[in-house]
Design a binder for this molecule. Structure first.
Ligand code: AMP
Ligand code: ZN
Length: 135
């Protein structure tokens, strides 16, 4: 399952070079070419799924388990102070490559990367609207 126009499929086929940290039958873990921090890596399924909604649950579970093992490995190896798991779906969420991937981003005190969001507020009206829309 590959998409001929997908950069990650091309990486998995060896058409585009990458720095591979790990590989098994279903996944590869590579270094991100535009890292947020030292050691930023990507967990990528070998089959082409555009986003989290297309991922079979078994694959999704496996990607999280790999993130746990490899996230901890990166943190220990680089003496990082924290770890972000980031997974973007859709343009509005910052997705630029439409092949599911999970970012492993080691974090370092004072790394300047910043937080993903600034806390807002939740009004009673919004709380009601949210609960109604999900009912
Ligand atoms: P996202 O914005 O969540 O879709 O993340 C896509 C990520 O893929 C970005 O962090 C890019 O730096 C990374 N990326 C794009 N092309 C390559 C490549 N050829 N090798 C490694 N990482 C890549
Ligand atoms: Zn792909």
């Amino acid at each position: 399952m590959r998409d001929a126009n997908c950069v990650f499929c091309k990486i998995l086929d060896g058409v585009i070079p990458s720095t591979k940290l790990y590989e098994d039958n279903d996944f590869a873990i590579i270094l991100d070419i535009g890292p947020a921090t030292f050691g930023h890596a990507l967990v990528i399924p070998k089959n082409h799924y555009a986003n989290i909604y297309e991922m079979p649950e078994e694959m999704l579970s496996k990607s999280i388990c790999l993130a746990k093992v490899w996230g901890e490995k990166l943190v220990k190896a680089f003496h990082a102070d924290g770890l972000n798991l980031v997974q973007n779906n859709g343009l509005a969420a910052g997705q630029t490559v439409y092949h599911y991937h999970l970012h492993l981003i080691p974090r370092y005190d004072g790394d300047g990367v910043g937080d993903l969001w600034t806390p807002g507020s939740l009004s009673d009206e919004q709380r009601k609207e949210i609960l109604e829309k999900l009912a």
